[in-house]
Ligand binder design. Sequence first.
Ligand code: BGC
Length: 250
Amino acid sequence: MSNVAIGIDIGGTGIKAGLVNLVTGELVGERERIETPKGGHPKDIVQVTSELIDKLGADNDTPVGVAFPSSIHHGVTLLAANVSDKWIGFDAEQYFEEKLKRDITFVNDADAAGFAEVRYGAAQDQKGLVIMTTLGTGIGSALIFEGVLIPNAELGHLEIDGHDAEKRASAVVREKEGMSYEHWAKRLQRYYEHVEMLFTPELFIVGGGVSKSHEKFLPLLNLRTPIVPAKLFNQAGILGAAALTQHGER
Ligand code: BGC
């Protein structure tokens, strides 16, 4: 089994890539980034992915993990909450394999980030259930029990007080509505206490760009479960996508 893999993290604004040492969880060389093409169509995204892989200069047989903001079942992207509708019911893994002539593993973006945090970051050696949440355009989530990922938890779409949770409590909604951190923390409180009630986890990890400002809102939350910021920040998607290439068919 290869000890290096390529991780690609497809987001709404940028597509990031790196070659990852899977033993240490560190990047080998530089991280590369290209803006996400407007419209986010598969053909444009695969083109950018190809350019990024060329920049990394890895061998042709290096496995590639792709983190994407959708639930993914056997390589098919099922949802498109914040991306082009073209991805709904699309065999993304097969399409990328054909275009890139490489072995590809497609995974949910939050699953990738959570898996990376458990393996290399904020939840190493954590027992029991870890729930990763990413606060960005939407709310991503990952359930990891004793180091094993239970893929495709879409807890950003829980209906809370009659609303899709991410439409009330994501980081982008906070910005758009000009909410103070105090106001936002009230919505986050409602969100996390609901998830806590449903799953009784051992640990929550909070990722997404806003987790850099965690001291402005995490101390305002009152939960039974410890809640900590992610450690790997904007590398988590890349590291986790690369690491999940070793985890076979989902
Ligand atoms: C999507 C998830 C994704 C999350 C974060 C949600 O809207 O449904 O699949 O993980 O956004 O990007």
